[in-house]
Design a protein around this ligand. Structure first.
Ligand SMILES: C[S@@+](CC[C@H](N)C(=O)[O-])C[C@H]1O[C@@H](n2cnc3c(N)ncnc32)[C@H](O)[C@@H]1O
Length: 303
């Protein structure tokens, strides 16, 4: 199972980018709501819309006049599309990797993507020119280097690197498996207490990070171990370690997908040379109590 399938299997709300309370981001929802409202007034026929790397349908769930559109959601994860289909059965789903998707008989009037197209690789933006109908238009929200999402991703990657470098899980499991009077126990205990300050000093500001879950969770289980079966503590450690490894590959793919200014110039050039026009790039920022924060690049244009 791919790391995205695993992610969607465990995701209950159908959204990737949510507030600390788990709520859908209102600024993004508003962006898409307004975008589709404007399109509805401009286009007469039943407009074909493609969402690239749709996930469970965050963009389409923001449209409040969806009956005016013929909606197509493309994603590499079957789990994501199944989730989408349960909530929006009227959407056509296409289970493809965008880099492998090809069609001869269908052109889309509108192409959209939210934290999606960039996962295929920067060289695939030009495919929009091939898939868009004449007079069609596109809008993309893509990961931006230095954004709040990028900073959080880097922070989570650093947390996982620290768990790996310190061999936290191996040591924690040995501490549980070995009896206190075992000759090796003292050695493992010393190793664990030598890495503990390193972990403690790097606890993440993000309270749900795997580092925080591992550190606080294990501390609680270890100090109360007489109340638990050893096998239950070991299962907890194994599950969290598995989650760490699955998250790691997803986080690395997010980091790789992030677009910097140099990439933007190349992408703009590619979009123009694939027959598109009026290509515009701007910052998509959100306002929070601590100021205006960069969230993504907003890229739009026409054919
Ligand atoms: C960050 S999520 C965004 C999902 C959705 N657009 C949203 O905003 O909630 C990235 C999505 O890209 C999909 N994905 C990753 N690589 C892909 C590829 N090469 N082709 C198609 N989808 C891909 C994943 O399955 C995942 O659903």
């Amino acid at each position: 199972m791919s790391s995205w399938d695993k992610y969607w299997e465990n995701n209950t709300g159908g959204e990737v980018f949510v507030s600390s309370e788990g709520q859908k981001n209102t600024e993004l929802e508003e962006l898409w709501r307004k975008f589709f409202h404007r399109k509805q007034n401009l286009i007469k026929k039943k407009t074909k819309v493609l969402d690239i790397a749709s996930g469970a349908g965050s963009i389409f769930s923001s449209i409040d006049n969806s009956e005016n559109f013929n909606l197509y959601a493309l994603d590499g994860s079957g789990e994501a599309l199944e989730k989408l289909k349960t909530q929006m059965p009227y959407v056509n789903v296409l289970k493809y990797k965008f880099d492998e998707y090809a069609t001869k008989d269908i052109y889309y009037d509108i192409i959209v993507s939210q934290f999606g197209i960039e996962y295929s690789g920067k060289e695939y933006f030009r495919k929009i020119g091939e898939l868009l109908s004449d007079e069609g238009s596109f809008k993309l929200i893509v990961h931006k280097s230095g954004s709040m999402i990028d900073k959080r991703t880097q922070q989570e990657i650093d947390c996982i690197n620290l768990l790996n470098d310190t061999e936290f899980f191996d040591l924690a499991k040995k501490l549980i498996k070995l009896d206190n009077d075992n000759i090796e126990y003292k050695n493992v205990f010393e190793q664990f207490t030598s890495i503990e300050p390193l972990i403690f000093n790097n606890l993440s500001s993000y309270k749900n990070s795997i580092l925080n879950q591992g550190y606080y969770g294990f501390r609680q289980l270890y100090s109360n171990q007489e109340r638990y079966y050893k096998k239950d503590i070991l299962t907890w450690l194994n599950n969290l370690e598995y989650e760490k490894d699955i998250s790691y590959s997803r986080l690395l793919s997010m980091s790789k997908a992030t677009i910097n200014l140099q990439d933007i110039n190349k992408i703009k050039h590619d979009l123009y040379s694939s027959g598109l026009r009026d290509v515009e790039v701007s910052d998509f920022n959100i306002s929070r109590a601590d100021g205006v924060l960069p969230l993504a690049w907003e890229i739009s244009g026409n054919k």
